[in-house]
Design a protein around this ligand. Structure first.
Ligand SMILES: C[S@@+](CC[C@H](N)C(=O)[O-])C[C@H]1O[C@@H](n2cnc3c(N)ncnc32)[C@H](O)[C@@H]1O
Length: 285
């Protein structure tokens, strides 16, 4: 399966999902000519969306993603951004990038979209916030929060077991030596953000809800669903708590439901907009 195509197919799903209260609060808080950094930017659909919806037309946008193929696709997709918006694409691990840039450069706004649930949030947040100016704004969208729902049911107890084990793979995932992921990132962010001394300006749900209209999925959303089922298959293949034959059959039935335009997929997620506290002398001055 093709990851850049999955990210492109995800765009219309994300457009519907983004929490509109948090989204409009982002627009209201953006400085006029912002310097924005997005980590885990994928193929650049967020900067596209911000431009398409008139949120930004000038300033600076730095997009960081460790997959060179994503950045190469972003380079092609984003060729027609407004010339007054300076785009910088960086193919680098975000931790390495933050270390390299530390003390040299900071941004007004930090964006992480569908990314924080892949990271160890307690170690990632201080690193990410080091990229922001004092008093800077952060927008953390599509943070997975513990519910994967498929309709119609195939075998409810088995469906529930698959979801539960799939979520556990997120909680146990290691990238290198580093724990990377939390299946309840959304709700846990309330506490993590408080512990980091930030103020949450807006928060709300941003569930993915994917279903066919008159038997057809919009845009490339059938591919999006294929990718989701493929990802679950890969994550749980050979799992000792699943009968291999039953799981293979379950996967085949989910693919068949997509082909028939029957599958409904819902993933619960949360969005946040907030500010990091200004330095004490800025509060006084
Ligand atoms: C689920 S994708 C979301 C991409 C994009 N934000 C979007 O929604 O279309 C997560 C992205 O984070 C990137 N990523 C994950 N860990 C990273 C890291 N440590 N440094 C840089 N990028 C990372 C991946 O390459 C991937 O493109």
């Amino acid at each position: 399966m093709d990851f850049p195509r999955y990210l492109a197919a995800k765009k219309t799903v994300d457009d519907r999902a983004l929490n509109k209260e948090v989204w409009w609060a982002l627009r209201d808080h953006l400085p006029p000519e912002p310097a924005i950094i997005e980590v885990g930017a994928g193929i650049g659909t967020m900067v596209e969306r911000l431009v398409e919806q008139g949120f930004i037309h000038q300033g600076r946008y730095t997009a960081v993603d460790h997959h060179p193929a994503n950045m190469a696709t972003a380079h092609q997709r984003l060729a027609h951004l407004p010339p007054a918006l300076r785009l910088e694409l960086v193919a680098e691990d975000l931790y390495a990038f933050a270390r390299r840039i530390h003390g040299r450069e900071t941004w007004d706004v930090l964006i992480a979209h569908a990314v924080l649930d892949l990271l160890d949030i307690a170690t990632a947040l201080p690193v990410l916030f080091s990229l922001l100016k004092p008093g800077g704004l952060f927008y953390f969208s599509l943070n997975f929060d513990g519910a994967t729902i498929f309709e119609p049911a195939i075998d409810p107890p088995f469906d529930a077991l698959v979801s539960r084990l799939y979520h556990r793979t997120m909680d146990e995932r290691l990238v290198g030596e580093r724990p990377s992921g939390d299946s309840h990132t959304g709700r846990h962010l309330f506490t993590h953000l408080k512990n980091q001394g930030t103020d949450i300006v807006a928060a709300g749900s941003s569930d993915w809800v994917v279903w066919a209209r008159h038997g057809r999925y919009p845009a490339d959303e059938a591919y999006f669903l294929h990718f989701i089922i493929h990802t679950m298959h890969k994550a749980l293949q050979g799992h000792p708590e699943l009968s291999a034959a039953q799981f293979d059959q379950w996967i085949a039935q989910r693919y068949a439901q997509i082909e028939r335009g029957e599958l409904v997929y819902i993933a619960h997620q949360l969005d946040f907009l907030g500010v990091i506290k200004p330095l004490p002398d800025q509060v006084i001055g």
